[in-house]
Write a new protein. Sequence first.
Length: 106
Amino acid sequence: MGLAAKQIGVTAERGISKREFEKAWVEVMDRVQLVEDKVAKKADEVVLTMVLSHRQEIDQLQEELYKMNERLKQIKDEQKIHHRYQSTPSRKKGSFWNGFFGKRRR
């Protein structure tokens, strides 16, 4: 209690009164409260910074996911068109009657 003792005039011979001790105690507690408030404010600032950073990362990931989803839809549509084109049977050229009677072999 070196600095606080000097401030209230404590000497080794006489000690301090109850009133002086209480005054010094209140001053110390006020300082502790100020330090606690500063620490809490700093912690809040750190948390806010982290939250904002995470929010930005989430927004970027959502945008990437949206783009990937759109690309996937586009690829699926292209595959459907390609599949329809390949699965459509080609018609054999021939006469109308060949369709009914088939080719006759001799």
